[in-house]
Design a protein around this ligand. Sequence first.
Ligand code: NAD
Length: 359
Amino acid sequence: MRILVTGGAGFIGSALTRHLVLDLGAEVLVVDKLTYAGDRRSLRDCEGRPGFVFLEADIVDGARMEAAINAFQPDAVMHLAAESHVDRSIAGATPFIHTNIVGTFALLEAARAYWQDLEPEARAAFRFLHVSTDEVYGSLGETGAFTEATPYDPRSPYSASKAASDHLARAWHETYGLPTLVTNCSNNYGPFHFPEKLIPLVALNALEGKQLPVYGDGGNVRDWLHVEDHVRALVAVLRGGRPGATYNIGGRAERTNLQVVQAICDTLDRLRPDPEGPRRRLISFVPDRPGHDRRYAIDPTRIEQDLGWHARETFETGLNRTLRWYLDNDWWWRPLRERRYGGERLGLAGLLRRAAVAG
Ligand code: NAD
């Protein structure tokens, strides 16, 4: 397998690259712009491995993408590069529009130019896997789950930009026949997760005895999936998915945000007790995120039945492994906390503007 992975220095992209290179022996070209969210140290175990190549480049640069694809001659493109943090998209949507929409367009065009000149066998085998989120489906009530037939209803600049890119990937299949696949996944967690996201943010603040901010009443529900289950699902879709189809990926692990924060406190109390007392004392409630979707839940029946994929981790086993990883790997997260991101809250600008308008 020769696979071009965009966004391979990010959280999920690096987990995918490690799985492809270290477990499956694939040749991988990572294309990544190394934004604040990209970190080559996450690929430390792949560096120097035969067939692993890293290219620092912007996916918006279509000519560069075309040259990279032509030089590498991949069997597949797995597209994960994106601006991915909802709070940042509220503070400023420009890079989200640029990378998620224009970048996906540039990559699809580069892949199409390469694919249409392939020999018939390689042309039939080629795949473009576009990795997306369940947030494109909007918010659920108390019951039900997103299926592949759920209409799109994105609510944030982030999810709107991802929705646009999903439509582009599907249109390139319908219009040009490019063998695209789309996956929509629920919230991931696991090692090498940038410490602005809920689970690492809360875990590291808890270890440092800082306040643990919970948005609103903490009742928002997310469906959690360990990142290693996600990357196994992506490989299953790449190998067995039907071009043009969409696959929802989820771990059947719904939790409220408050339950997640409490589980982190309790797990850390077991793994590394705090002399000051149980960490639940650090929980504090802060004003809600503007437009905060209430509940997401994924129905993964299609990928389970058609491709035989099932999540291996429960939320409890996955969280335990993840928190152990953070305890053992401060070489990775400490410089990020100290130099680039200190654990402060992002995306309040819109909220403050709203409050001002409301008087
Ligand atoms: P991430 O923010 O950790 O990583 C994104 C990577 O893309 C970074 O390495 C960054 O440097 C790179 N990148 C950004 N802009 C780029 C550009 N213009 N050109 C090249 N590289 C660029 O994101 P993640 O959490 O690993 O998410 C990966 C993908 O999975 C995204 O498409 C995201 O929408 C999707 N997704 C994420 C989750 C989740 O819970 N994290 C859930 C479902 C889907």
